[in-house]
Design a protein. Structure first.
Length: 370
């Protein structure tokens, strides 16, 4: 586990007592406040004991299971066979006990007297009354323990709201040009690089350009000092089955759009399968959150501490806009920048977001660094 992790919760046993394991087999899964970790074995043998139960809290380095390395798959097989035969033995007497029940049923002849029961059956035809509307509505409640990751997410969000002077500025981006560029080159891009051309790479590149022009947005406060980062590690918020995760695109300022798209695709796949490592989610100097993939129109993102700002992307919708004195229908996206006002002034925040707008609306700027 990482240095920042001191404990975790046992959420799954992949092997049980009596199972044979090989080197590097996954024996259990431990969930921490940041990521789920596969516990693997360094030895081959037979699992003889489990030292923890599901939902137990375990400290780093605590013993979890025992392996008998003297027993291999070949030697453990005969031991497993009698174990499997044991449940088979009670199953044979079971049919023997079954005929024991029919004898009482043989006195079925007395079933002839129940002929008066036939008229009783005639009384049953009246259908039951329809259930009341209150019986159909389920007003029960269910309490579920929050996962460690969800608890950590809640804690960090509250810390960000409490420890920063958060302020949000907004702008809108005309997506017409970038959509045309994508439509024109997406097939050639995919054929050459093996990855689809999306809009995220353009926003990452535009953000890098803005970060380099406004260093305060790429900095953070530590005690009474401001730490300026001379590199751009862009965190990209990704939804996973267990919660929101934020993997980091390292040195985004040195990557091409194809490399950025490849990184994003790899992280999205790992997030779905729960295989993101701790290192891949640690660090980051700036975050981009794209609620537009879910159809979001507008929103104010929360800063990913200790960073100083986060960009919120939203859905692209057609709107009437003024173009050279004429009204045209254009695809427009609202964007929001939430920033820590302790370190980023309003002027810098507005110019930062304006730089992103200029780069996305006119992609040639990113090529010429203009």
């Amino acid at each position: 586990m990482g240095d920042s992790i001191t404990e975790g919760t046992l959420v799954e046993w992949n092997k049980n007592v009596g199972d044979v394991c090989q080197v590097d087999d996954i024996i259990a899964v431990i969930e921490t406040d940041k990521v789920s970790i596969d516990v693997r074995t360094d030895f081959a043998g037979l699992i003889t004991d489990q030292l923890a139960s599901l939902d137990d809290t375990l400290e780093v380095g605590a013993p979890l299971f025992k392996v008998d390395t003297s027993k291999t798959e070949g030697s453990a097989a005969p031991a497993a066979a009698p174990a499997a035969a044991a449940p088979a033995q009670p199953s044979t007497p079971a049919p023997a006990s079954a005929p024991a029940t029919p004898p009482p049923s043989t006195p079925a002849p007395p079933s002839t007297p129940p002929k008066p029961a036939a008229p009783a059956a005639s009384k049953s035809p009246p259908p039951p009354p329809p259930p009341s509307s209150s019986a159909i509505v389920d007003r029960s409640q269910e309490r579920v323990q929050m996962s460690r990751m969800r608890q950590r997410i809640a804690q960090r969000l509250m810390e960000a709201q409490t420890n920063t002077a958060s302020l949000t500025t907004f702008n809108e981006i005309d997506m017409y040009n970038i959509i045309n560029v994508r439509s024109k080159y997406k097939d050639q891009f995919a054929e050459k690089h093996g990855v689809k051309l999306g809009f995220m790479s353009a926003f990452v590149k535009a953000s890098v350009s803005a970060l380099q022009s406004m260093p305060a947005v790429n900095a953070y406060i530590e005690g009474k000092e401001i730490v300026y980062n001379n590199f751009c590690d862009v965190s990209v918020a990704v939804a996973s089955p267990t919660g929101l995760v934020v993997p980091v695109i390292r040195n985004a300022n040195t990557l091409s759009m194809a490399q950025i798209e490849q990184e994003i695709m790899n992280y999205a796949q790992k997030a779905k399968t729960g295989t993101l490592s701790l290192d891949e989610m640690t660090g980051g100097t700036f975050t981009i959150s794209n609620g537009g993939v879910f159809g979001s129109l507008f929103g104010t993102p929360i800063i990913n501490s200790p960073q100083s700002a986060i960009l919120g992307m939203h859905g692209t919708f057609e709107r009437p806009v003024a173009i050279n004195g004429k009204v045209e229908v254009r695809p427009v996206m609202y964007v929001a920048l939430t920033y820590d006002h302790r370190i980023v002034d309003g002027r810098e925040a507005v110019l930062f977001l304006r730089r992103i707008k200029d780069c996305v609306e006119d992609p040639v700027r990113m090529l010429l660094d203009a």
